[in-house]
Design a protein around this ligand. Structure first.
Ligand code: MLT
Length: 231
């Protein structure tokens, strides 16, 4: 079965051990991780709390730290959570610790799954191809906003599902499919988090994050090592 946890708290209701988890945080965590890989990064490590990121950097000063609180760069970090910041860099050989409010938490919610994949509107088609080739049960884990439903993440789940065979869809997947069909890409600019990003001056991030199928990279996270890499 393919299903979508409409809010993060629903994930606990699923047995993930035989499933692939697809973690989606369109604005902006999963898009930023993909951008870091576009810039040549070797690996990323998601943590839930900035203190974990600082502790890791103390052990290995070569690590870069990226992330946000209230969408703004965490003081002492190398980067905020803007994908555009990474694109300006040459990250070849670099490993990056990410800490964001909802996205890195959502990755850890998928920890018990057989595989954990990151997805965004830019990578949706590539992720759908990956899922088709894997042929396994899937749970989509939209990161949400503060534990609440997030329109752009559910829409992206529907976007990926539009490439996959329908008979195996659970009710959450059907709801995501209906949202994808009913709402246009440009309407996502009015989602709560999108409006917040514009208010904070991140309009260019929004335009970048809302480009359909622009990237072909698929990012996988390994819960055992804690590191994520390109598939
Ligand atoms: C998050 O993980 O909550 C976000 O990606 C927030 C953001 O920086 O846009």
């Amino acid at each position: 079965m393919m299903d979508v946890a409409l809010v993060p708290s629903q994930v606990a209701k699923y047995n993930l051990t035989k499933k692939i988890a697809v973690v989606i945080d369109v604005l902006r965590f999963s898009t930023s991780v993909s951008a870091a890989f576009q810039a040549g990064a070797e690996a990323f490590y998601p943590v839930e709390d900035p203190s974990q990121a600082f502790a890791l950097k103390k052990e290995d000063p070569n690590l870069l730290l990226a992330g946000e609180r209230r969408a703004l760069k965490i003081p002492g970090f190398d980067f905020g959570n803007s994908p555009l910041e990474h694109l300006q860099e040459d990250h070849r050989g670099k490993r990056i610790v990410f800490c964001t409010t909802n996205g890195t938490r959502a990755v850890h919610l998928g920890a018990k799954a057989k595989k954990v994949v990151l997805a965004s509107i830019r990578t949706a088609r590539a992720v759908a191809q990956f899922l088709k080739a894997e042929g396994q049960e899937v749970l989509f884990i939209p990161a949400g906003t503060g534990g609440r439903f997030s329109l752009e993440d559910i829409w992206c789940a529907g976007q990926i599902l539009s490439h996959l065979p329908g008979p195996s869809f659970g009710d959450g997947a059907r709801a995501a499919q209906a949202i994808f069909e009913a709402i246009s890409l440009s309407e996502l600019e009015n989602s709560e988090h999108a409006r917040n990003l514009v208010r904070l001056g991140f309009q260019n991030d929004l335009s970048y994050c809302l480009k359909k199928d622009a990237d072909s990279n698929v990012v996988l996270w390994d819960s055992k090592s804690g590191w994520g890499r390109l598939a």
